[in-house]
Write a protein that binds this ligand. Structure first.
Ligand code: ADP
Ligand code: MG
Length: 375
């Protein structure tokens, strides 16, 4: 056991009438880390949190929180030890204002009535006002919580959790059902909190995971399937298989090339049908697989549906030949969406993405020139 681990989980098994929701799970996390846990439905994510918070007792194995074994410690005591959990649906007092909700948890020893009747002391006020600014709800401090948007409620509840100064924050699907803008706000809030807290986020939304994730753990059938950066995890064939329900027909490497070229087509926010057709036909030729052509095309379409930033993808392409091939395909994809043949690269966003691709690929200018001449 090491001191800087906030959480260590060893051979954890949870059986429900013989069914193993968690199966010999091992997991560890450093103090101060922000960790995202993903996995298909039924993977055991919620059960995992239930064990950490003491809601469910393990059948086997143990959970160490800052070195302390949590076995047989009741749920309310684990919360007092410094583990705070945010559930999926916001649990705020709807008829109280934003500020009153925060005051309640900032003064935990008081009852609801005494908090409302007594004037808070100045240190308590300072606490609440800095929290209000952290969660970005200063302007709505005196608004009833029921008037907040769903995303604002989520942020308020995260604020209420933080007010209890937990050492470890557990957050279950914080952006489910949120608008893109609110998703970004919640992401920014979690990143800000990560500077002074250890946080576990359980999440389905891949775009969101990409926004916040440094280290990702993938759960599957009650065990850890793999861990790594978002880039490593999303290109791992085992992860794709689990999410897709079948083995991918192409290698992780081919997948990466495909996604780089797709990123070119996505760069203006519109994946044109002719771009899709071009990519599918080029890659069908390039790949030697045993998959049926139509099935392969359908599968490739699924991979294309994700817009992944090229910076994440290009860095790990080592071979110059592959870099050149990517440049060629990227160039073709940009060109095909131009409106007329005489106006190549009329689309500014795609042109900019292509310039960025050239930079990232770091190919000599003469190679770039040749590729463009030949195509
Ligand atoms: P996730 O949150 O990843 O979707 P869960 O942890 O909710 O997965 O569930 C993991 C598996 O354990 C599922 O197959 C689920 O049906 C089962 N399970 C969860 N809780 C119970 C329970 N109290 N009794 C029986 N089975 C359960
Ligand atoms: Mg769940």
């Amino acid at each position: 056991m090491s001191k800087n681990k906030i959480l260590e989980i060893e051979n954890l098994t949870v059986s429900f009438d013989g069914f193993k929701a968690l199966d010999q799970l091992n997991f560890s996390m450093d103090t101060g880390e922000l960790r995202v846990i993903i996995g298909p439905n039924g993977a055991g994510k919620t059960t995992f949190l239930d064990v950490i918070t003491g809601k469910v007792q393990p059948t086997q194995g143990r959970v160490l929180f800052a070195g302390r074994n949590l076995r047989h410690i009741p749920e309310y005591k684990i919360a007092r030890l410094g583990i705070g959990r945010k559930f999926q649906t916001p649990r705020v007092y709807l008829n109280l204002t934003v500020k009153e909700n925060l005051d309640l948890v900032c003064n935990r020893h008081k009852t609801v009535f005494s908090t409302l009747l007594n004037r808070p002391s100045s240190s308590e006020r300072r606490n609440t006002s800095s929290l209000l600014s952290t969660i970005g709800l200063e302007a709505k401090a005196n608004l009833q919580a029921q008037l907040l948007s769903h995303g604002e409620k989520q942020r308020l509840e995260i604020g209420m959790l933080v007010a209890q100064s937990p050492d470890l924050l557990l957050v279950d699907e914080p952006v489910a059902g949120l608008t893109d803008e609110e998703t970004e706000n919640v992401g920014a809030l979690l990143l800000a909190l990560a500077q002074s807290h250890s946080i576990i986020v359980i999440e389905h939304d891949m775009e969101f995971v990409r926004q916040i994730a440094r280290q990702v753990t993938v759960l599957h059938q009650g065990s850890v399937l793999c861990e790594g950066t978002m880039d490593e995890v999303q290109n791992d064939p085992r992860v794709i298989e689990v999410y897709l329900g079948k083995k991918p027909s192409i290698t992780p490497h081919q997948m990466k090339m495909l996604r780089i070229v797709a990123a070119m087509a996505w760069s203006d926010g519109y994946f044109a049908p002719e771009q899709e057709a071009l990519i599918l036909s080029r890659f069908s030729q390039l790949l030697s697989t045993e998959a049926q052509p139509e099935e392969l095309q359908q599968e490739l379409r699924n991979y294309l549906a994700q817009n992944i930033p090229i910076e994440e993808l290009v860095t790990k392409i080592e071979s110059p030949e592959e870099r050149e091939l990517i440049l060629k395909l990227g160039y073709e994809v940009i060109k095909i969406s131009s409106r007329t043949p005489n106006e190549p690269m009329i689309n500014q966003e795609e042109a900019a993405a292509y310039e960025k691709l050239i930079q990232l690929l770091n190919l000599p200018p003469e190679v770039v020139k040749r590729v463009e001449m030949e195509n």
